[in-house]
Design a protein around this ligand. Structure first.
Ligand code: PLP
Length: 564
């Protein structure tokens, strides 16, 4: 049996430019992709009939090397496709620059530990039917220029629908995970076009309502760069007119083809990824009804080995029913601490092995890992190095990681600045910056640090998910009040805030608050009040992890978006 066995059930098709399933498959770059993978894993656990659609990304996003000055060097990041994927004997074509580009496909099966299975289809143009340039269209995730991006989005949106049709899938909803796949709506408009004799109007042949009923759209960021826009000259040349240009402009905007607007206008249900993000998005896109479904993470993927053992013993059933985390207070304190120290030791050993940084097991360890880009402010903690040296001398060690997009100069400079401060205060506070942040490293970090730090400029963090991974391992968050943390935060109980609930950031105040709480609340509790600290760890599990998981999230999608 191959992919055919999945054809018999009507499915929800989940389209995403990136899907992070396992570390060995380089089909993701960051949060968006990991969320997509976690979503499909929960669907497999709960036996929700879904199917993922993405591109194969043979060369990955990129592998990050850092030189001694913190300068980023980017390498292609190929992976062993044949080892993880199975070929599908299929060939469809899409029209790009007025000539056909052929697409074949591969599949991967996500298997739940209890037997549920969800297939993922990965589209591939690297076949002899295509000319050498078109063969590279499914090589690099977020690589190349605007034209390359548009071509990839034609393959994902239009090619994806054609592959599903060709295989005989019956799709009950098309879920666009961000705007990269919005062109699928044009293919659906074509597919459901009514005969002119039936409606007697050029306009009414396009059954917009029918397509809207089939589509769901999730927007993931208020940051402008996250919303693709293509100039119409480029669109005309590369895409042509799969439906007439007047209709495209009506649905996707007059000035440029805006992929978010296109998705919005053809979706019956639109949502942001936290309650705050819903509010911010409604202001960004006046006139649209936007809902909120707060993100989560897949419990079994993000719980470390020592915590799996601990939960199996005290909270059996947790992996399929994370609501059980609500009884985390049943776990004896020594056992919780012991599991944390196992995870911490394996992280510290790993850090020392790859960096020679000579970190130790007992020192309070702060983790900060995410995309290196200015609004995430990786250097806020270093804004006053002398103060950090005073507050943290001998009591704090810090682990950083994160890639900067190859075109993000500001992000690259941020990494170099961290390297400079690291040298400057190395006798007082040890800092490492680990190269090539990926899923495997994230698993070690979120479980092994003592606190997870997040301090982006508000209101730009739509949700954030790495902090949720930390809570699944009893690691509390120390974060600005944005995204999911507004919903998860109870001061001093589940973790700590930085700054106020106001919607915009005050950088001076944020750094003041950061140093003050670290020195006066957090470090004293960790070192002098370990019993209270362990209670905060329990709360991170009982009050955060029980809710911020993809099991709860996907159930919300089913009842609010998929079956309405
Ligand atoms: C979880 C994860 C992210 C997303 O983390 P945020 O907190 O949402 O920024 C990015 N990269 C990797 C490798 C991850 O595992």
């Amino acid at each position: 049996m191959g992919i055919e066995e999945f054809v018999k059930d009507t499915r929800i098709a989940y389209f995403s430019m990136e899907i992070g399933i396992r570390p060995e498959m380089h089909t993701y770059s960051g949060g968006l992709g990991i969320l997509a993978g976690d979503t499909l894993k929960s669907a497999a656990d709960l036996r929700i009939p879904m199917i993922g659609v993405t591109l194969i990304h043979r060369m990955g996003y990129f592998r990050q090397e850092l030189d001694p000055f913190g300068r980023q060097i980017e390498h292609p990041d190929s992976w062993d496709i044949e080892k993880y994927l199975k070929r599908i004997n299929i060939k469809v074509s899409v029209e790009i620059e007025k000539k056909p580009v052929y697409i074949t496909a591969w599949y991967y099966i996500i298997e739940s530990t209890i037997g549920g299975r969800v297939p993922v289809i990965l589209l591939d143009t690297d076949i002899p039917d295509n000319d050498p340039v078109d063969r590279t269209l499914t090589h690099y995730l977020y690589g190349g220029d605007l034209e390359y991006r548009l071509k990839q989005e034609i393959i994902l949106g239009i090619g994806g629908v054609r592959v599903l049709d060709e295989l005989g899938f019956e799709i009950r909803k098309y879920h666009m995970n961000e705007g990269h796949s919005s062109l699928l709506t044009l293919e659906l408009l074509k597919k459901f076009k009514k005969p002119i004799e039936e409606v007697w109007s050029e306009e009414l042949v396009w059954d917009v309502q029918k397509v809207r009923d089939l589509c769901v759209f999730t927007t993931h960021t208020p940051v402008e760069a996250g919303h693709d826009r293509f100039p119409y000259e480029l669109v005309q040349r590369v895409l042509g007119e799969p439906v007439p240009m007047w209709l495209i402009k009506k649905l996707a905007g007059d000035g440029m083809l805006n992929m978010t607007l296109l998705g919005f206008n053809l979706s019956e249900y639109i949502n942001g990824v936290s309650k705050k993000h819903e509010e911010v998005s409604e202001r960004m896109f006046p006139g649209y009804e936007i809902h909120a479904i707060t993100n989560g993470v897949h419990p079994y993927t993000w719980v470390s080995e020592p915590f799996k053992n601990l939960y199996n013993k005290h909270l059996p059933g947790w992996a399929m029913e994370p609501e059980i985390f609500v009884r985390a207070w049943k776990i004896p304190e020594e056992e919780l601490w012991d599991a944390h120290m196992q995870a911490k030791k394996s992280l510290i050993d790993y850090v020392n092995r790859i960096s020679g940084a000579n970190f130790n097991y007992e020192t309070f360890t702060i983790g900060f890992a995410r995309r290196a880009t200015p609004y995430k402010r990786a250097d806020l903690l270093l804004s006053d190095p002398e103060r950090l040296a005073i507050v943290g001398e001998g009591r704090v060690q810090i682990i950083y990681a994160g890639k900067a997009h190859p075109k993000d100069e500001g992000g690259k400079q941020l990494i170099q600045r961290i390297f400079q401060v690291k040298e400057r205060i190395k006798d007082k506070v040890k800092i490492v910056y680990l190269p090539n942040y990926d899923m495997a490293m994230a698993m070690k970090l979120v479980a092994g640090v003592d606190i997870w730090l997040n301090n982006p400029l508000k209101p730009l963090e739509a949700s954030g998910t790495s902090g949720m991974k930390a809570t699944h391992n009893g690691v509390p968050n120390f974060s600005v009040l944005d995204g999911w943390w507004i919903e998860g935060w109870i001061e001093g109980y589940t973790g700590w805030s930085i700054g106020t609930l106001e919607e915009t950031s005050d950088p001076k105040r944020d750094s003041e608050d950061l140093y003050f709480k670290l020195g006066n609340d957090i470090l004293p509790m960790f070192y002098e009040n370990r019993n209270i600290w362990i209670k905060v760890m329990k709360n991170a599990i009982a009050m955060n992890a029980y809710y911020f998981n993809t099991h709860r999230m996907i159930r919300f999608y089913v009842t609010e978006a998929y079956i309405r």
